[in-house]
Design a protein around this ligand. Structure first.
Ligand SMILES: [Zn+2]
Length: 323
C-alpha cells in the first residue's frame, strides 16, 4: 500500500513538473517572440548597422536597412513585390514582340505540292494574307459573330460577320465614332474562299483575267477570308467603297482613330508595290490594340513591312531552338 501511494505521489509530482516545464517553455517562446519583434531590431541592429550605416545615410533610414537583414525572410515579399511592379511595364511589350516574332512572315508559310505558298498561322490575329501568301481553301474561322454595329444593308449575310475579337473592337470603334458625331456603317466583312472564288471567276469572265487580277483578290488571297477585315463606309460616300471615302469626315476620322481600337488602314496610298493593292481607305484590318499602336510607332506604312521587320529575329530564334 505504501509503495503504491509513493508511486502515485511520484507520478503526480512528475506530471506537475512536466506540465510546469512545458508552460515555462511556452512562456519562453512567448517571451522571445514578444521581445524579438520590438527589441530585436535595436538589439541586433548594432551588428548590421555598421556596414549599412557607413554606406547609407546615418539617421532614421539606418533602422530600416538594419531591419531587413535581421528580420530576415519575412521582409522579402516587400522586396519582390516592388521588383514585380517595376518589371511589369517591361513585360507587355516583350509579350507583343514574342507574338510578332512567332508570326513573322518568313516562318509562317509553306509551299504545298502545287508550289503554292500556304499560310501556316491562319488562326492568328496577326496573320498576313496577300498575293504571295495564300489561305487554305478549307480555312474558315471558328469564332465568327455578327458585330452589333450599323450596316449599309439589311438582312442576314455572312459578310456581316467578323471573328469575335475583331467584332468586339469594331463595336468599340463605331461607338467612339458616334460619340464624336461620326456615323460609320459596315459594308463587308467575312468572305469565304468559295465566295471569293465566284467573285474572281465572274470578274475574269466579264473583264478578262488581267483586269480581274488587278481589281479582285484570288481566292485564298483575300484578307476578308480571315474574318479580321471589314470594309467601312458612310452616307456621305453613298456607302460606296471608293477612294473618295478617304476625303469624307468619316473617312478622316477612321484613318485617325482606327489604331486606338486595334485596327489599321490595311492598304494605304501609294503602297501597292508592297501590299499588292491600291489605296483602300475603307478597308480596316484588326490586329489588336498593342500591335496597331506598334505599327504606328514603327513608322511602317504597311503590315507587310512591319511584320517582315521581325523575320530576322524569328530566323535567329528558330536557329537557336534547333541547335
Ligand atoms: Zn476589303
Amino acid at each position: 500500500m505504501r509503495a503504491r501511494t509513493k508511486i502515485v505521489v511520484t507520478l503526480v509530482a512528475a506530471v506537475v513538473l512536466v506540465w510546469g516545464f512545458t508552460r515555462i517553455g511556452d512562456w519562453d517562446v512567448w517571451a522571445q517572440k514578444g521581445a524579438s519583434e520590438p527589441a530585436a531590431p535595436s538589439a541586433s541592429a548594432s551588428e548590421p548597422i555598421d556596414p549599412a550605416g557607413s554606406s547609407a545615410s546615418s539617421q532614421a533610414p539606418s533602422d530600416k536597412p538594419a531591419e531587413s537583414p535581421s528580420a530576415s525572410p519575412s521582409e522579402t515579399p516587400d522586396g519582390t513585390s516592388s521588383f514585380e511592379t517595376g518589371s511589369k511595364p517591361v513585360e507587355e511589350p516583350e509579350a507583343v514582340t514574342a507574338m510578332l516574332i512567332q508570326n513573322a512572315p518568313a516562318m509562317t508559310v509553306k509551299k504545298n505540292s502545287d508550289g503554292l505558298a500556304v499560310i501556316t498561322n491562319s488562326d492568328s490575329l496577326l496573320v498576313l494574307v496577300n498575293k504571295k501568301r495564300n489561305l487554305s481553301s478549307s480555312y474558315i474561322p471558328e469564332d465568327l459573330v455578327v458585330p452589333d454595329v450599323e450596316f449599309s444593308f439589311s438582312g442576314d449575310s455572312p459578310k456581316k460577320k467578323l471573328r469575335k475579337a475583331a467584332a468586339d473592337a469594331l463595336e468599340e470603334l463605331f461607338n467612339a465614332a458616334k460619340d464624336d458625331g461620326v456615323t460609320l456603317k459596315a459594308v463587308s466583312g467575312y468572305r469565304s474562299y468559295a465566295t471569293q472564288k465566284s467573285i474572281f471567276d465572274r470578274n475574269a469572265e466579264l473583264k478578262g483575267a488581267e483586269v480581274a487580277n488587278r481589281t479582285s483578290a484570288h481566292p485564298g488571297q483575300s484578307e476578308h477570308q480571315t474574318g479580321l477585315a471589314m470594309d467601312v463606309s458612310s452616307a456621305s460616300a453613298n456607302f460606296e467603297l471608293e477612294t473618295t471615302f478617304g476625303d469624307t469626315k468619316e473617312g478622316k476620322w477612321l484613318a485617325k482613330h482606327a489604331y486606338e481600337y486595334g485596327f489599321i488602314i490595311r492598304y494605304p496610298k501609294d503602297m501597292q508595290d508592297i501590299t499588292g493593292y491600291t489605296y483602300e481607305p475603307w478597308h480596316v484590318r484588326y490586329v489588336g490594340k498593342d500591335v496597331a499602336k506598334a505599327v504606328l510607332d514603327s513608322g511602317s506604312k504597311t503590315l507587310e513591312e512591319f511584320m517582315e521587320s521581325y523575320d530576322q529575329q524569328a530566323r535567329e530564334a528558330s536557329g537557336k531552338a534547333k541547335s
